[in-house]
Design a protein around this ligand. Structure first.
Ligand code: WTA
Length: 647
């Protein structure tokens, strides 16, 4: 296979912070002398008490430990705000663009953001929030979301942001798991012209949660929402009577910063725990190098704050670097498919970071939506969340970027805190579809089934053999689950869950999840989670969920459902189950295909043969492989014969 190659443009090689020589030298140093490398890189952060130890880590069971800059202290909100005031106080921190193009946006300077955060931090304290308490944030994409996160960081409270698209049940599960005492929400959210009933969802969720004693409600749409006496308070009322003077709490480098729930291959979503010091260094460094970011540049990460991309590349990384960020409330294709490019023009965005699924969806609408905008301001493009197919990459590069903007395809995970494998625009020749080369300090390896490291140009399971500063530190409330999930498949290594190929040039090509996680439009969903939602329905006896290829979403959700004896299977039940899953988890978990099956293919020991279900979902029925170990091979024939027409 010959891959297309896009060499580093001369002007990038000349002007970028990291060029090819610097990349090579810094990478070598980062893996040969991690202590020296990170001691220097960590100077980008203002420490209250400087650290003396740098890296203290082991992935082995007997001395398992992950600690970075362990004895240093800092406050991340003051790194994102206070330290910029002297030099960049009047510079713009946030340019906020509303969902509706006719609604006036907002521009917030670092000085203003600082006082908003301090005031709200004091409001949280006045509501009884203390260092170490968990605060759940369930907000739309409004500046207040960043304010709430930074206010928590300022007082040492641990935030857990829940994506506004999650259902009341999903929200309740996340509140209960970390025992939040306070929820921050809005009356309603606005997205793509539609209203999201956030406060209503919180009310419903709180019927199931006893830990929450306070709800702070921001007014977004100004609709009337019921307020529970003694529990609910308006944002502005909570701020009444507090000052904007809030000294930052001195946090240990390894004190928790946030919890973010993400799906895995088993059980319910787990609370990924990130701590303060390493995460600060890691997000700030990767943001600067991968985006070649210089203060003053307008940078837009079009993710939602409810995902890790929003945490690391809308809030913490960019603001630590004094960036001017665009924060957009809506969706890329509303009111029409030109919107994303209009926002680029309106705010003269230089760096745009979005997801392959959005690119594919916009490409399908035709080039004219793009071409009627200027996009002259764009200098660099980025993608994240799933593999980008070379075809979509080509469109992003030639049509959107008119061939002049390098694309950084950044591979990482909620667990990794920030980018692990990615080009740097001044250093890396690009191959469409490849996330290319490891970030400083990242030691990727490909292993076979037995965990042996494979050399050269091969495919295997992607592991990381040593720790990096922004690595997750634990699963909230369940350290054993952390170790078992990531460090037992291939002892001594962190297992990503992804499959990967490495080519002759040492470029990495992520091929997608090899565990039971599906990636729908860049959103992670565990098959187990969707299955447990389905079997919670009174008519469902058993369910098995697998991913299927989907042109726009990357992967779609294919559910095999066995109903209880005597239950009628028809279109009505199909629709009912689709609505059921949406209500249980949220619209992102909507099954694309539901196939009713009299039985599921199982081994004699009763294990569902997912491999076969995946093949049928893919329509690859001529390659079902060995079915002789099945308890009842006839089950497969029935599944093949009765694939639904929309599969
Ligand atoms: C996938 C999102 C290929 C991968 C930041 C990973 C990617 C999962 C890429 C993590 C990429 C993310 N190329 N695959 N550039 N970026 N992935 O936790 O399967 O929501 O394991 O983090 O997305 O998803 P998560």
């Amino acid at each position: 296979m010959t891959d297309e190659l896009y060499p580093v443009p001369a002007e990038w090689a000349e002007k970028a912070i990291i060029n090819a020589d610097r990349y090579a030298a810094k990478y070598r140093e980062s893996v040969e002398d991690p202590d020296g490398f990170w001691r220097r890189e960590a100077q980008r952060i203002d420490w209250i008490k400087p650290f003396t130890t740098v890296k203290d880590t082991s992935f082995h069971e007997d001395d398992f430990n992950i600690s970075w800059f362990g004895d240093g202290t800092l406050n991340l909100s003051s790194n994102c705000l206070d330290r910029h005031l002297a030099t960049r106080g009047s510079a713009t921190a946030i340019i906020w663009e509303a969902d509706d193009p006719n609604e006036r946006g907002m521009t917030i300077s670092y000085r203003e953001l600082h006082s908003m955060v301090c005031r709200f931090a004091n409001a949280l304290k006045a509501q009884g929030v203390k260092r170490g308490d968990r605060v759940t944030i369930y907000l739309p994409m409004v500046p207040e979301a960043a304010v709430a996160m930074l206010a928590c960081a300022r007082i040492g409270a641990i935030h857990s942001v829940v994506f506004g698209g999650f259902s009341p049940d999903a929200l309740a599960g996340r509140i209960k798991d970390c025992d939040s005492s306070l929820v921050i929400t809005a009356d309603e959210g606005l997205r793509g012209g539609r209203v999201v009933p956030l406060k209503h969802n919180v009310d419903e969720a709180l019927d199931q949660c006893t830990s929450v004693t306070r709800v702070i409600v921001m007014r977004r749409t100004d609709t009337d929402v019921p307020m529970t006496e003694g529990r609910d308070i308006w944002w502005l009322d909570a701020e009444a009577g507090v000052t904007a003077d809030c000294p930052p709490e001195e946090m240990g480098a390894e004190d928790p910063l946030f919890i973010l729930y993400t799906s895995g291959s088993t059980g319910q979503p787990k609370g990924v725990l990130h701590t303060t010091g390493g995460y600060a260094v890691w997000t700030s460094m990767t943001h600067e190098y991968v985006f070649d970011y210089r203060p003053g540049q307008i940078y837009w990460c079009a993710a939602d704050i409810g995902w890790v991309t929003g945490h690391s590349y809308i809030v913490y990384g960019p603001l630590a670097n004094g960036a001017t960020i665009v924060m957009y409330e809506g969706v890329p294709n509303w009111p029409d498919p030109s919107r994303i490019w209009q926002v680029v023009d309106k705010h003269q965005v230089e760096i745009l970071y979005t997801a392959p699924t959005a690119i594919r969806a916009l490409e399908r609408e035709g080039d004219e939506w793009v071409k009627k905008t200027s996009r002259k301001s764009l200098k660099l493009l980025g993608t994240v969340g799933e593999p980008i197919n070379p075809e979509a990459w080509g469109w992003y590069h030639s049509v959107v970027g008119e061939g002049r903007c390098p694309i950084v395809d950044t591979y990482w995970q909620t667990e990794t805190g920030a980018t692990m494998i990615s080009p740097m625009p001044g250093a890396t020749d690009l191959k469409p579809g490849s996330a290319s080369k490891p970030m400083f300090g990242v030691k990727p390896a490909l292993v076979d089934d037995k965990g042996h490291i494979l050399e050269g140009a091969v495919s295997g399971a992607l592991v990381i053999t040593d720790s990096w500063p922004g690595q997750m530190r634990s699963v909230w409330g369940d350290p054993a689950r952390f170790f078992n999930t990531y460090f037992t498949h291939y002892p001594g290594y962190y297992f990503t869950g992804d499959g990967c190929r490495r080519d002759e040039d040492g470029y990495y090509w992520i091929t997608g999840r090899i565990d039971d996680v599906i990636n729908v439009s860049g959103h992670r969903l565990g098959t187990a989670e969707i299955e447990s939602a389905l079997v919670a329905h009174e008519k469902v006896a058993e369910a098995a969920v697998v991913g299927m290829p989907h042109e726009i979403k990357g992967q779609g959700i294919y559910a095999y459902v066995t109903v209880n004896a005597g239950c009628q299977v028809d279109e009505k039940l199909r629709t009912e189950l689709i609505h059921w899953v949406r209500a249980e988890i949220g619209p992102i978990a909507t099954p694309d295909v539901i196939q009713f099956a009299p039985a599921l293919p199982k081994t004699r020991s009763g294990k569902i043969m997912r491999r076969i279900l995946r093949k049928i979902a893919e329509g690859d029925i001529s390659h079902l492989g060995d079915t002789s170990t099945l308890a009842d091979p006839a089950v497969v024939d029935d599944l093949v014969a009765n694939r639904p027409s929309n599969a």
